[in-house]
Design a protein around this ligand. Structure first.
Ligand code: ZN
Length: 295
């Protein structure tokens, strides 16, 4: 009788222990990751044109611009003519925005910086807000200023030069290029600039989710793991599922939407799965090859 009671107590303890173990087996943590510098890219840029940073672009080929009220009709006309020239050369499309808080802001009345008498600045331009997504240097906003000029070329060269700065292009050494630091009327938008723009903007405005840095510990029948999930694309990602699968079963983890350039670590302890595992994100995005890891 005494033994039976002891056995019963023992079994009860075991059962309780097992219950607790089952309840607490799965510990899931999603941490925001900071300081990721690694690039897990797909663009093998054959662009020869130098940009301020690699793979600089806006998130869409459809770009909004705003011309300040301080620009007179002449400057406005020259600016819009530079924009439509670039539309003809490339797959970019420019749309005028009624709102000044937009992607490209064009100013006319700003004063040039103090310069010596020999130097003369006709304009200035460049990206003003950039995010390094890991794959792109995503331009959020850019602005350009057109100053008073004494002589204008027939073609809107200064406007084009500054516009290309806004799109991420830096100066080059070729005196015949529009991106040569000293402006002259014969300069042209060179083919390498056109090719670079068309290559960079050939990618649709999509997120690019990737999996990386998988750390896995196998136990008998169980697995602990840590995995990085990030978005290196052009727009934020929606909520997606991370699936961990073997031949027999499938476990799903919900991954919240990630901003561009954001990465998180998913940490899971004692997941009841073992053997050969496949980790994948069930979502079709820009680059499908980096959505899967097998161990
Ligand atoms: Zn310049």
């Amino acid at each position: 009788m005494k033994y039976a009671l002891l056995t019963l107590v023992f079994v009860a303890i075991l059962l309780t222990g097992y219950l607790f173990y089952t309840i607490y087996q799965q510990k899931v943590l999603l941490n925001i990751m900071v300081g990721r510098n690694e690039t897990i890219g797909i663009i093998k840029s054959n662009a020869t044109t130098s940009m301020f940073y690699d793979n600089m672009r806006f998130n869409s080929s459809r770009l909004f611009f705003y011309i300040s009220d301080d620009c007179d009709d002449y400057k406005r006309e020259r600016m819009t003519s530079a924009l439509s020239m670039l539309e003809n050369y490339t797959l970019l499309i420019f749309k005028e925005s009624p709102n000044e808080n937009t992607q490209i802001h064009i100013f006319c009345s700003r004063e040039a910086r103090n310069l010596t008498k020999k130097e003369y600045v006709a304009g200035e331009g460049g990206p003003t807000k950039i995010i390094d997504t890991g794959l792109f240097n995503l331009i959020l906003e850019g602005e350009l200023s057109l100053y008073k000029t004494s002589i204008d070329c027939l073609s809107p060269n200064v406007e084009m030069h500054e516009l290309l700065h806004v799109l991420g292009f830096a100066h080059v050494n070729n005196t015949e290029s529009i991106m040569y630091p000293v402006s002259s009327c014969e300069q042209q938008v060179t083919q390498d600039i056109i090719d670079s723009i068309n290559l960079l903007y050939s990618y649709d405005s999509e997120p690019d989710l990737y999996l990386a840095n998988l750390n896995l510990t196998r136990k008998v029948g169980y697995t602990d793991f840590e995995i990085e999930i990030g978005n290196q694309g052009l727009i934020p990602s929606p909520n997606v599922s991370l699936i961990v699968e073997n031949d027999e079963k499938k476990e799903e983890f919900e991954i919240p939407g990630l901003e561009v350039g954001e990465a998180r670590i998913l940490e899971v302890k004692n997941l009841k799965i073992s053997g050969n595992l496949v980790f994948y994100i069930d979502y079709k995005d820009m680059n499908k090859d980096n959505n899967i890891l097998e161990v």
